[in-house]
Design a protein around this ligand. Structure first.
Ligand SMILES: Cc1cc2nc3c(=O)[nH]c(=O)nc-3n(C[C@H](O)[C@H](O)[C@H](O)COP(=O)(O)O)c2cc1C
Length: 207
């Protein structure tokens, strides 16, 4: 997909903490992918200049957004990635504002008939939350996965790290190891698609 020989895995972190729980989990997935020979790239959305969609709808015609900001670089990164990992902490029961800006601007991947320009691009979602009950936001994570399907992604897996305020992911070696394993999995060149959505990872039960 990226024009080279290796699989490219792109990580997008929606936490303002550059070295927080979300960033560490996304990084662990990318580490696993790199161990498997993949090219990996990671961005922290809070460090980028990403403006809100201004609803001009010009992108629907040609797939190009007219706003000249760092999203232009991310459009290219997403288009050329074989797999994308998007991580967000839960803020006020939802994804962070930084992650929402990214998603709104992804409207450029939709045509005027709302079909997607992305060809079932592989996606892994990572959510972190302070509350220890890992089911607390499950319907919301399902809903969010559904949104990414609509945008043209194939959501392979969703990692939920619950209770991170009391127990940071750095103290959870199993979760980090499973994240690295997931990175190896998504960087396999012959990975079949799922075409259905999952609210939680089959690889990371009760962690
Ligand atoms: C403004 C704000 C709002 C938050 N809202 C929630 C919430 O609604 N539910 C929850 O479980 N945790 C909430 N949290 C906790 C974060 O989700 C949690 O600390 C997360 O692991 C932070 O990820 P990070 O280390 O990558 O920044 C909130 C944290 C902040 C700063």
């Amino acid at each position: 997909m990226n024009g080279g020989c290796s699989i490219k895995v792109l990580g997008l972190v929606g936490s303002p903490k550059l070295d927080g729980n979300t960033s560490r989990l996304v990084s662990a997935i990318l580490e696993g992918a790199a161990e498997n020979g993949a090219e990996t790239v990671i961005y922290n959305l809070a460090s980028l200049d990403i403006k809100g969609c201004d609803a001009c709808h010009k992108c629907q015609e040609h797939g190009c957004c007219v706003i000249d900001d760092d999203m232009q670089e991310l459009y290219t990164e997403i288009r050329t990635a074989d797999a994308v990992v998007i991580g967000s902490p839960v803020y006020m029961w939802q994804i962070t504002a930084q992650t929402k800006l990214l998603i709104d601007r992804m409207t450029a991947f939709l045509r005027s008939d709302f079909s997607s320009r992305l060809d079932n691009k592989k996606l892994v979602l990572v959510f972190t939350q302070g509350i220890p009950d890992r089911d607390a936001f499950k319907p919301y994570f399902e809903y969010t996965a559904g949104l990414f399907y609509y945008l043209g992604f194939d959501v392979l897996d969703t990692i939920i790290a619950a209770g991170t305020d009391n127990l940071e992911v750095t103290s959870r070696p199993r979760l980090l190891e499973k994240s690295r394993d997931l990175g190896k999995l998504i960087s396999a060149s012959n990975l079949p698609g799922t075409r259905y959505r999952r609210a939680e990872s089959s690889l990371t039960p009760s962690m």
